[in-house]
Design a protein around this ligand. Structure first.
Ligand SMILES: Cc1cc2nc3c(=O)[nH]c(=O)nc-3n(C[C@H](O)[C@H](O)[C@H](O)COP(=O)(O)OP(=O)(O)OC[C@H]3O[C@@H](n4cnc5c(N)ncnc54)[C@H](O)[C@@H]3O)c2cc1C
Length: 564
């Protein structure tokens, strides 16, 4: 798919050098692989400066370079444009967005006269499905390229003040959905003002997002999702067999198994696929990944897998209510639309508890985080940071952030790290030179005028107070279930988690009149509604357990559908 004449700008230097292949991000296809692709597409010559696909374009072809070089350009046609990669013979273009249907985050420009092979993306999908070795090569390269783009700050631009809650919301939405973007802080980055002048926007009209030449003024998450091509609600849901609410590990697993068994499956998430696991820098105890896997990569892989089997995603789509209508359930969404199905899997997990300290809400707008991923690491690079919590998520965050922050202080309420953290993480934490652990310690105050500068902590045995310097505070202090949307339809335990199996009581049973139907192990107090993962009362709070439960729930949903 070729587009228009060259832009006329001299973005490509006269002498181009091919970008080295880092860790398999830019592999070269073999002659046999090129021959297999050639049967699915067509070869054509390229002119110097010709645009193969543009930033913001969807459904591009899959291009393989056969002769000459192709440059990958960020911000093409803007004063900030830069070449972020050059690829020669045997290399292929594109990144994850080509498979997910998102808009392209960069422009591909022929650097000199050459030849490319253009393969329609549907044909590429067929080849990936039929040739696992080729599929692995492309998938691995695309996942790595997404990480590289995020690290480079390519793609979108978000401009605003670090003190703006909407700017924070947009940054978080981009981070959770792994949308490559550059954050320009009006308070600190002179480029931010220049960009605003250029866009004709005043500082009080921020935050803005610049998405491929389009200016979005303080967009809602749904508007931003629409601009980048994330699947939004409103797509045909009417005749679903299965609705999975929540796309963390449990929901993704239910989605993959449901769709692979032929159920018409819709997966909803209010924020992003990945859930809590998506905020984890490295999950080391998930079977099959001896050197660990980042939660984001696990989620990206699962999303592609679920789509491969035909599941439909809607993000952001917040479930706000659920009602029963005969044998079906209708889930109301935040945008006023709804989804109906005979089987529902509740996989809304849990969200991290907030500290009980004064001015938390104020500091949450810019300096308090509930996740420690690549995006947060970029924001606090070189700063002193504090982490609160004594569990594995706090331990993981400590190990990960110590590689980015100047100093890390881990604040733990318990007298010993082994009270809540696995041995392998304690060993890692204790080996880090820039990490200090404060045991029996609790946060009492957050200090700073406009942004966080330090936290006041207190020893809970001696009551001694001290000040810990911190520009960012990460908290991992337990989780509360996301069950407010269930509108009283299913039975919850005293802490708000969903009861399943023998422990779940129907309203009738609670009245002493048992309804007589045999509830299966992950089934809630309503037939055909299952609860899996962290949202379930008594769950293991582990990725592997959530994934296993998601798979089991589908088996049970089949049995329930057969029985009714
Ligand atoms: C930083 C961190 C590190 C961790 N590390 C590990 C580890 O190394 N190993 C391990 O085994 N476990 C780890 N865990 C725990 C693990 O991530 C969780 O047990 C797992 O994610 C639970 O999966 P889930 O799908 O049940 O729920 P979640 O992951 O909580 O996902 C729930 C999803 O539902 C969505 N949602 C919530 N409400 C709604 C609504 N109303 N409408 C639509 N969508 C909604 C949320 O946006 C979310 O995406 C870690 C957790 C954290 C936070």
């Amino acid at each position: 798919m070729s587009e228009g004449p060259p832009s006329g700008r001299a973005v490509i230097p006269d002498r181009v050098e091919e970008t080295p292949d880092l860790q398999g991000a830019h592999p070269r296809l073999s002659e046999a692989q090129i021959a297999a692709l050639a049967a699915l597409g067509h070869r054509r010559a390229t002119r110097p400066g010709e645009i193969l696909f543009r930033q913001g374009q969807r459904d591009c072809d899959f291009f393989v370079v056969l002769a000459g070089n192709v440059a990958v350009v960020d911000g093409h046609g803007t004063p900030e444009e830069r070449v972020i990669g050059v690829h020669g013979r045997g290399r292929f273009l594109g990144e994850l967005s080509l498979l997910t249907g998102e808009a392209s985050f960069y422009t591909a420009v022929a650097a000199d006269a050459g030849e490319v092979l253009a393969v329609p993306v549907d044909r590429l999908r067929e080849l990936i499905a039929g040739d696992p070795a080729f599929g692995d090569l492309v998938l691995r390269a695309y996942l790595l390229r997404r990480s590289i783009l995020i690290g480079l700050g390519a793609g979108l631009r978000i401009v605003g003040s670090r003190y703006s809650p909407d700017a924070r919301r947009l940054r978080e939405f981009a981070a959770r959905n792994r949308l490559p973007c550059r954050w320009l802080d009006l308070e600190a980055d002179p480029a931010a003002e220049a960009l605003l002048r250029q866009a004709g926007v005043t500082p009080d009209e921020t935050p803005i997002v610049i998405a491929y030449g389009r200016l979005l003024r303080n967009p809602s998450n749904a508007e931003l999702a629409g601009a980048v091509g994330l699947p939004a609600p409103g797509t045909p849901h009417a005749d679903s067999d299965l609705v999975v609410v929540g796309a963390g590990p449990a929901g993704l697993s239910a989605g993959v198994y449901g769709a692979s068994e032929g159920m018409r499956t819709v997966i909803l998430d209010s924020t992003a696929a990945g859930g809590q696991a998506g905020t984890s820098s490295r999950i080391e105890n998930y079977l099959g990944f001896p050197s660990g896997i980042s939660g984001a990569e696990l989620a990206e892989r699962a999303v592609l897998q679920a789509r491969k089997f035909g599941a439909t995603f809607a993000v952001p789509a917040q479930a706000t209510a659920i009602t029963r209508d005969g044998r079906n359930y209708t889930i109301g969404l935040g945008d006023g639309t709804s989804v109906t199905a005979g089987s529902v899997v509740i996989a809304t997990g849990a969200s991290y508890r907030r500290l009980d300290v004064p001015r938390l809400e104020f500091f949450e707008q810019m300096s308090v985080y509930y996740a420690a991923s690549q995006a947060e690491a970029l924001l606090c690079r070189g700063d002193p940071v504090a982490i609160v919590g004594g569990g594995n998520s706090a331990g993981q965050a400590t190990v990960f952030l110590s590689g980015h922050a100047a100093r890390v202080t881990l604040i733990v309420r318990e007298p010993d790290l082994s009270d809540g953290m696995s041995r392998y993480l304690i060993d890692q934490v204790e080996r880090l030179g820039n990490v200090r652990v404060l045991l029996r310690t609790e946060v009492r105050e957050l200090l700073g005028d406009q942004a966080l500068e330090a936290v006041a902590v207190e020893n809970n045995r001696t009551a001694a107070r001290s000040i810990v310097e911190a520009r960012a505070l990460f908290t991992f202090i337990g989780a509360a279930p996301c069950t407010g949307w269930l509108s009283g339809l299913v039975d919850l335990d005293d802490h708000g988690f969903v009861r399943t199996g023998e422990t779940a009581r129907t309203a009738d049973a609670a009245d002493g009149r048992d309804t007589g139907w045999q509830r299966t192990v992950l089934e809630t107090s309503q037939p055909g509604i299952f609860a899996v993962g962290d949202v379930r009362s008594g769950s293991a709070k582990r990725v592997a357990a959530a994934v296993g439960e998601g798979a089991i729930a589908i088996r049970l949903a089949f049995e329930r559908a057969r029985a009714t």
